[in-house]
Design a protein around this ligand. Structure first.
Ligand SMILES: *Cc1c(COP(=O)(O)O)cnc(C)c1O
Length: 489
């Protein structure tokens, strides 16, 4: 239990406090309004500390965190790009934060206009007719989109379509969402370069297929060049195409999923559109659809009236409701600010820069790390561990060693197509100097792996908490310092 020692603290001292309240007033007026049977019987067990101790405690804790604002964060499939502070400032405007969802339509016209405008911007970016911004996350968007798919087939009396085709390289949420939507998952194989095997797809397409879920570029960062043929095959069989647009970065302003033949998609505002994410914070997973599916989008909807005003409406044919009210408005505000800041012209630079950065790292490191798929990638790529595996250093070891050098680890052991996957996504917001530092450290770790492998295998050596027993951490989580004190006795 030694590694816990530094984490155990007891700052509380009886009688110490960091506030002053008019005691007599609270004792009489305040308490009088609470029925006695609802009053607590014993004092709450709160830490007794001064204001300065609280400030130092939380400041020191926050300094132990790693985030995009503290260092390079090349987590593949997560798009940890910089979140401009102007987004925060605008989303904190009290005119918006003090709104209540039950206010009259007339009194929230500005908020509805923002919702409607953002919806239109996403439609333009995606090449789809309309968006709902109601879903709370990417996976929630997938579920919503698949419900649209199901609703569409049912509305035509086409009740047999219960299967969804998902590539074996897909993000784990894809098959999970299909199951939750009550659909059956059928796997289609990938070719060695990660793209869909059209010959494997062909025989799967019959009148029980509701649709296919794909992402393009695929999970290995490679563009699906046969997408137009795939779209034709699926449509000819009566199915729909779903696009997992969680990571839209490489295509932003350049290529539109709607033009590739996709009928439904979701976008993660908390990835591509630069709103903070991680740690289970608020997200937003807007869903866009082609014209023939608009009526099935979830309620409530925001409509622009002929006189330029906005209304909250609903649709009879809708799949129902997937959220309370209109979703996570604060996240939408950040995305709106981000899109307006970039503008129509600059947004086109995001994809090429993200792609350039990814290829720069890939080419610089492929002598030390095993690159299973050669060629130009899009915004991210995958190494299959170290090229020289003779000393037994694994991808997990490399990831932990990076922490010692002040970098966040890449995504590891995903996708499942390789044993030692290491998925790197630098994003467009990093400078060449940062990329060079990362490349240097990755090369240094590869050298250590050859010459002093124990340094890498025992990493991290410099972090507050060393290597965790991940099974115990998951099965027996210690969630408070009191429990920690008990455990370490
Ligand atoms: C992140 C991600 C998702 C899921 O998004 P959440 O907001 O975490 O639910 C789905 N698909 C892909 C490809 C992703 O990268």
């Amino acid at each position: 239990m030694k590694t816990y020692d530094k984490l155990i603290f007891e700052l509380s001292r009886p009688g110490r406090k960091g506030y002053s309240l008019p005691a007599d007033k609270f004792a009489t007026d305040g308490m009088a309004t609470i029925p006695t049977d609802l009053l607590r019987k014993s004092e709450p067990e709160l830490p007794e500390v001064s204001e300065l101790e609280v400030v130092r405690h939380y400041t020191n804790l926050s300094n132990k965190n790693f985030g995009v604002d503290t260092g390079f964060y090349p987590l593949g499939s997560c798009t940890m790009k910089y979140n401009p502070k102007i987004n925060e400032e605008l989303s904190n405007l009290t005119a918006f934060t003090s709104l209540h969802p039950l206010q009259s339509e007339k009194s929230v016209q500005g908020a509805l206009e923002l919702y409607w405008n953002l919806q239109r911007m996403l439609s333009n970016i995606a090449g789809l007719a309309e968006f709902t911004l109601n879903p709370y996350a990417g996976a929630h968007g997938e579920l919503t989109g698949l419900m649209v798919m199901r609703q569409y087939h049912l509305s035509r009396g086409d009740n047999k379509r219960t299967k969804v085709i998902v590539p074996n390289s897909a993000h784990g949420t894809n098959p999970a969402s299909a199951m939750v939507a009550g659909l059956e998952v059928v796997e289609v194989k990938s070719k060695p370069n990660g793209s869909i095997d059209v010959e494997d797809l062909r025989p799967l397409l019959d009148d029980t297929v509701a649709g296919i879920m794909m992402t393009n570029p695929n999970t290995l960062g490679m563009f699906e060049t046969e997408i137009l043929e795939i779209a034709k095959l699926v449509h000819d069989a009566g199915g729909l195409l779903y696009y997992d647009g969680a990571n839209l970065n490489p295509l932003l302003g350049k290529v539109r999923p709607g033009d590739m033949g996709f009928d439904i998609m979701h976008i993660n505002l908390h990835k591509t559109f630069s709103t903070p994410h991680g740690g289970g914070g608020p997200g937003s997973g807007p869903v866009g659809v082609a014209e023939h599916l608009v009526e099935f989008l979830p309620n409530p909807r925001v409509k622009k009236n002929d006189d330029g005003s906005f209304s909250i409406t609903g649709n009879e044919a809708s799949l129902g409701s997937v959220s309370t009210f209109l979703g996570n408005f604060g996240v939408m505000m950040r995305a709106y600010a981000y899109i307006l800041t970039l503008g129509k012209e600059n947004i086109k630079n995001v994809g090429p820069l993200a792609t350039l950065n990814a290829n720069y790292i890939k080419e610089s490191l492929k002598d030390d790390y095993l690159l299973p798929i050669e060629g130009v990638c899009k915004h991210e790529f995958v190494f299959d561990g170290l090229k020289d595996k003779s000393t037994g250093v694994t991808t997990l070891n490399v990831a932990k060693r990076l922490l010692d050098y002040g970098f966040h680890a890449p995504t590891i052991y995903f996708p499942l197509l390789f044993h030692e996957s290491m998925m790197i996504e630098p994003t467009e917001t990093e400078s060449k100097e940062t990329l060079d530092e990362f490349i240097e450290v990755m090369k240094k770790v590869a050298k250590e792996a050859r010459e002093t492998p124990d340094d890498v295998k025992n990493a991290p050596l410099t972090t507050i908490v060393r290597k965790l027993d991940e099974t115990t951490a998951a099965k027996n989580p210690i969630l408070s310092y009191k429990a920690l004190k008990e455990t370490s006795k």
